[in-house]
Write a protein that binds this ligand. Structure first.
Ligand SMILES: Nc1ncnc2c1ncn2[C@@H]1O[C@H](COP(=O)(O)OP(=O)(O)OP(=O)(O)O)[C@@H](O)[C@H]1O
Ligand SMILES: [Mg+2]
Length: 267
């Protein structure tokens, strides 16, 4: 299964992507976590050792790789570059191992030239997502950049499921609606709403209403959990600090539900 996690800034995308990657790994999947946020921080959430995390060289900053694949330098616009290139070696060459055996690949910052940017580094990410062949027992979890621009760039086009994370407040719900509609236009097959930092019946209702208005299913309602917030402050992975909390249990239920809905095979 190939899953991307999107939503407005700060709603909990990285927390959820990191926890989901590790939960799936513990359920026996071979998991590749892809940090597609230009300000990457999935490594910490996955519990990667800081010294190991600091050694990661983001793909977009890897001039040699971008040149090798596309034939042009990163950050070059308007130039013709190769659109078909092999990506099957990228995971092997550039991923690092995180706890529970999760492999992590970090995209990093591709200099953006506005909407629909087709800069070479982005072409590499698109190609990677497209060509990652997911076999039985494998999972890819991609943590995306906040907002809707990344969807316009097509990086999530080839996923099996898009999780749209929303907090129960107006601006976040409105970004979630926008993402859901764009995902429909892009032909993403399965789109799920995931409510996060839920504190009561009013919050639940707001998220249920959004799901029914947009015609998507509400995959999970993750409670607000002070231990998760504290984990972010101290740099401890939430899977460790909030173990067994209602929020973690809901994420475990969500992982099991995704497994049931998407199966363990490929797309
Ligand atoms: N269920 C939760 N309960 C309490 N705090 C949470 C919960 N989920 C996430 N948080 C906290 O919310 C903050 C933002 O989370 P996170 O970094 O995962 O969001 P994000 O959507 O990835 O943000 P960005 O858009 O900056 O990438 C963090 O401090 C995190 O600990
Ligand atoms: Mg994030």
């Amino acid at each position: 299964m190939k899953i991307a996690v999107s939503g407005k800034g700060g709603v909990g995308k990285t927390t959820i992507a990191g926890a989901l990657a590790r939960i799936l790994a513990r359920r026996g999947y071979r998991v590749l976590a892809v940090d597609a946020d230009p300000s990457p921080n999935l490594a910490m959430t996955l519990g990667l050792d800081p010294s190991k995390a600091s050694e990661i060289k983001p793909l977009a900053a890897n001039t040699e790789l971008i040149r090798e694949k596309t034939g042009v330098e990163p950050g070059v616009y308007g130039a013709y570059f190769r659109l078909s290139f092999r990506v099957d070696d990228i995971v092997e060459r550039f991923s690092v191992e995180a706890p529970d055996g999760v492999r992590l690949i970090v995209m990093g910052r591709a200099e953006q030239a506005g909407e629909g940017c087709m800069c070479p580094a982005n072409a590499v990410l698109r190609a990677l997502m497209r060509h990652l062949v997911v076999e039985r027992g494998e999972a890819v979890v991609m943590d995306m950049e906040a907002g809707v621009e990344h969807l316009k760039r097509g990086t999530a086009e080839h996923v099996d499921a898009l999780l749209v994370v929303a907090e129960p407040y107006r601006a976040s719900l409105s970004v979630a609606s926008h993402i859901i509609r764009l995902a429909g236009q892009l032909g993403i097959r399965r789109v799920f709403l995931v409510g996060n930092k839920v504190r009561g019946a009013g919050d639940r209702r707001a998220l249920e209403e959004l799901a029914s208005r947009e015609g998507v299913s509400l995959l999970a309602l993750i409670p607000y959990d002070p231990e998760i917030e504290e984990a972010a402050r101290t740099g401890v992975p939430p899977l460790e600090s909030a173990r067994g909390s209602p929020a973690m249990r809901e994420m475990e239920r969500m992982a099991a539900e995704l497994e049931r809905l998407l199966g363990s095979g490929g797309s």
